[in-house]
Design a protein around this ligand. Structure first.
Ligand SMILES: Nc1ncnc2c1ncn2[C@@H]1O[C@H](COP(=O)(O)OP(=O)(O)OP(=O)(O)O)[C@@H](O)[C@H]1O
Ligand SMILES: [Mg+2]
Length: 248
């Protein structure tokens, strides 16, 4: 089996007396989607922040694409192809959709080409990315004027501009209606061939449709990890989380 794209070992993080990561071990294989589920406050976003480099763990290691990135900052990890999206939409409202993508493309590529060729190249790649996330022809729209679902799609295009080996998605369906959710799930399904994914999501239909592996995080501890079918029927998981979701 090939080495995992992401391999986390012994990850620990506390906020004062609150343990939010308790010796977390987790891996994401190339070409797969690994979902992390768990109740509110379980530590999912804190885990994503540590993986993406926004937050330093107290101890433990994070290996990405075969190298130890634990000491690297978020920008360095992004340049290596580790992209993330945020629980709360994060694109720049005063920019157009195309400008947001072009900014990410320029950050990724530096400026190796001549300015004119560079501009044409960036424009073509921007159009391709817009089309890829279902925003064809919407490049000149101001981001602030996009619908919530369109903004989430744009955020995904910005992440894809990094040409990621791993896409870390923190609740990509949060706040979406049924139609928007379905479109996003279809989009993510199509992206699985292109990049590995670590998916945080409360929508269990999406998790069980997309994930090849599911880990359950409760109070900073991974209480179960396995294929979706095994997780769905795991008694401890039902007690800790799924039962609660069904009841709510
Ligand atoms: N910077 C911080 N300082 C102190 N406590 C924090 C900080 N960030 C998060 N927490 C706390 O850590 C715990 C885990 O938060 P986190 O946001 O990781 O949970 P989550 O699993 O993403 O929850 P949700 O499903 O609501 O998004 C929560 O109790 C939260 O209040
Ligand atoms: Mg969260």
């Amino acid at each position: 089996m090939s080495a995992p794209v992401l391999a986390i070992e012994g990850l620990c993080k506390r906020f004062g007396g609150l343990v939010v990561a308790d010796s977390i071990a987790l891996g994401v294989e190339a070409g797969t989607c690994h979902a992390v589920i768990g109740p509110n406050g379980a530590g999912k976003t804190t885990l994503v922040n540590q993986i993406s480099g926004l937050l330093a763990p107290d101890s433990g290691t994070i290996r990405f694409a075969g190298r130890d990135v634990t000491a690297l900052g978020a920008a360095a990890r992004a340049r290596l192809g580790l992209a993330r999206t945020f629980q709360i939409s994060s694109v720049i409202g005063g920019f157009t959709a195309a400008e947001n993508i072009a900014l990410a493309l320029r950050a990724r590529s530096g400026s190796a080409l001549s300015p004119a060729r560079d501009a044409a190249d960036i424009a073509a790649r921007t159009r391709r990315l817009l089309a890829e996330v279902g925003l064809e022809g919407m490049g000149s729209r101001l981001t602030a004027a996009l619908s919530h679902g369109e903004r989430r799609a744009l955020e995904l295009a910005v992440a894809l501009a990094l040409d990621p080996q791993l896409l870390v998605l923190d609740e990509p369906l949060a706040g979406m209606g049924r139609e928007e959710s379905r479109a996003m799930i279809d989009l993510l399904t199509g992206l699985k061939a292109r990049t590995a994914m670590l998916l945080i999501e409360h929508d269990m239909d999406a998790v069980f449709r997309l994930a090849d592996r599911v880990s359950v995080l409760v109070s900073g501890t991974v209480i179960a990890s396995g294929p979706p079918e095994a997780i769905r029927t795991d008694a401890a998981v039902k007690a800790a989380y799924l039962g609660q979701e069904e009841a709510s």
